[in-house]
Design a protein around this ligand. Structure first.
Ligand SMILES: [Zn+2]
Length: 153
């Protein structure tokens, strides 16, 4: 069973490694496991959040999810917007982050196929949040108006 790690775990601050072999059984096992957690707990999940410093993210997409291996943002719109974010690895904190409204991302899917996706709005925001995780960047590094909610209150 995978466990979500939280700050200040140093894995969250590492630059994640590129995945050389998508068909590696470890990767093939990790994708459905991460997808399950993501669908239950949030809208996106990056491998470092489950303690694996590798370039893999899962994002909510339409009615399901998409796994992106070695994702690379090719283009980001200059036009940005502020929006509220939170993170499973930063429990209880929320804040507004300025993100590009649109982007184009290139990635390898779970079958090893190269894909390109144009995203906007919420999907573009999730992708930027999750790809930041792969570079050790957390939303609290960029956020304004951070609020802390005590779950016991
Ligand atoms: Zn996050």
């Amino acid at each position: 069973m995978l466990k979500i790690i939280t700050i200040p775990n140093p894995i969250l601050r590492q630059k994640a490694k590129k995945i050389a072999d998508v068909m590696d059984p470890k990767i093939q096992k990790l994708i459905p496991q991460m997808t399950e957690i993501m669908l239950k707990e949030g809208v996106g999940l990056a491998a470092p959040q489950v303690g694996e410093s590798i370039r893999l993210i899962i994002v909510k997409y339409k009615d399901g999810s998409v796994a992106m291996i070695n994702p690379r943002i090719l283009k980001k719109s200059i036009l940005k917007e502020w929006g509220e974010e939170g993170c499973l690895s930063v429990p209880g904190k929320y804040g507004e982050v300025k993100r590009s409204k649109k982007l184009t991302i290139r990635y390898t899917d779970e079958k090893g196929k190269a894909k390109t996706l144009n995203a906007q709005g919420m999907l573009a925001r999730i992708i930027q949040h999750e790809t930041d995780h792969l570079d050790g960047v957390l939303f609290i590094d960029k956020a304004r108006k951070i609020v802390e909610l005590n779950p016991n209150e």
